[in-house]
Design a protein around this ligand. Sequence first.
Ligand code: ZN
Length: 130
Amino acid sequence: MSEGLPDPRVVGHQYRKTARIWAVEMTREFTVNTLEGVMTGQVGDYLCMGVQGEMWPIKRDIFRSTYERVPKVRVNTAEEDRALRAKVQAVVKDYAEKHPGEITLPCEKHHRLPCRECDQEKRKELKAVE
Ligand SMILES: [Zn+2]
């Protein structure tokens, strides 16, 4: 059956899965509808779910040699993001005030750097003073 086929270990490369799935180690027997029909899992098997919500069981040994757990990443809420941005802006503004000419801040009106509109307004103001 495999005669005449190349040996992937000799002529191929190593690959590993990069797709992430969800999985839970089951503490009871279970039955699950998979793309390939109804399958059952035993205590200790993993119930897996792919990106499209499809589910399937995997034997514990195979699961553990195939997948590694991805650390939980906590994502900031929008409120935390705003607070963090405000904090950074305050630090940068403070630095700019203490070190004039060293850094240029984005304009406060449009948050642009450089800002043609605000530069033009400043130029007009300077002319008005002259
Ligand atoms: Zn501006």
